[in-house]
Design a binder for this molecule. Structure first.
Ligand code: HEC
Length: 288
């Protein structure tokens, strides 16, 4: 296709403004997405800070040793899900340390009804278990069409969580364990969950990558540069998403995921800069 007729620099002023505003929205929007990945996965291996182990834990699974402090261990399905390495931990982490302490302390104290709505169980100012579940969990765990309405904690996405519903998964199982080093197995997300996440990303990321890619082809850059830089962001997306699946079976693919994210971010940002430059500072007359 001959892009010369569509060169950015020849577009009308309204079109230039529209494209500029679009890029100013999705460029930083992409940065937020990256920051979100950081906050979501940085605790995947049970330690703060983003390392290769977080990718390993999030996409392949790993074993890790922790020192348990107590001989009596209260466990429940919910505790297993919100402890480091649990499938729901990432949602709890969104609430910050007070929320983590609030919910886990309540669960470890055997999830008593009279403490359900009580604030400050561990440290004053910590939210109650009920408030934490309301803020972090019921957007999906509610009976009225939530993502996971099979395990509801409230009637709707805005109601207060109900003790009876929460206890279905928070019911304590109390066991005595010898203290000392304990090895936990951190599992990657369930296939169902990965299908869900893949679906959500496939519907959005390639679309805005494509829009930016097409605009990039409308710059006045030489064909060789377009051929080299044009497909790279989309290649990054493809490697990234397929990496999530392949890394479940082949651990070394966690490096592909990391590299693909970097490739996408860098080339995508570069394309946006080229587009903005070409829109406002491109040379009108020349045709490549
Ligand atoms: C973004 C949606 C979402 C949020 C937010 C969420 N969950 Fe879940 N939860 C799910 C889905 C989907 C499943 C079922 C599939 C799975 O295990 O990944 C699930 C499963 C569970 C299970 C059962 C696991 C099992 O093996 O049956 C528990 C317990 C749980 N969640 C607790 C929580 C808690 C506690 C919070 C808040 C800190 C929370 N969830 C926040 C979506 C969510």
């Amino acid at each position: 296709m001959n892009w010369d007729a569509l060169r950015l620099v020849r577009l009308s002023l309204p079109a230039k403004l529209l494209i500029t505003l679009l890029l100013l929205t999705i460029g930083p929007g992409y940065l937020c997405g990256t920051a979100n990945i950081y906050f979501k996965h940085q605790n995947a291996d049970g330690e703060p800070g983003m390392t290769v182990d977080d990718l390993r834990a999030a996409f392949h699974g790993m074993t890790r040793t922790f020192q348990p402090e107590d001989k009596i261990i209260v466990n429940s399905q919910m505790l297993a899900e919100v402890r480091p390495g649990g499938g729901m931990r990432e949602y709890l982490d969104r609430g910050g340390e007070p929320a983590v302490r609030g919910l886990i302390t309540w669960l470890e104290n055997a999830a008593k009804e009279e403490e359900f709505a009580q604030e400050g169980l561990a440290e004053s100012g910590d939210p109650s278990a009920q408030a934490v579940i309301k803020a972090q969990c019921i957007e999906c765990h509610h009976a009225d069409g939530g993502d996971i309405e099979e395990i509801p904690y409230a009637a709707t996405g805005t109601d207060d969580p109900e003790y009876k519903l929460v206890m279905v998964t928070a019911k304590p199982k109390i066991t005595r364990e010898p203290s000392g080093v304990q090895t936990v197995e951190i599992k990657p997300p369930s296939t169902a969950r990965l299908v869900h996440v893949t679906h959500a990303h496939v519907m959005t990321v390639p679309v805005f990558t494509f829009v930016v890619g097409v605009l990039f082809l409308m710059t006045g850059l030489p064909q060789g540069v377009k051929l080299l830089l044009g497909p790279l962001p989309m290649l990054g997306v493809l490697l990234d998403i397929s990496g999530w699946w392949i890394a479940r079976y082949f651990e070394s693919f966690i490096y592909v995921i990391g590299a693909a994210g970097g490739l996408h971010g860098a080339t995508y940002a570069l394309q946006i800069l080229c587009i903005l430059g070409s829109l406002w500072f491109g040379r009108r007359g020349e045709v490549h």
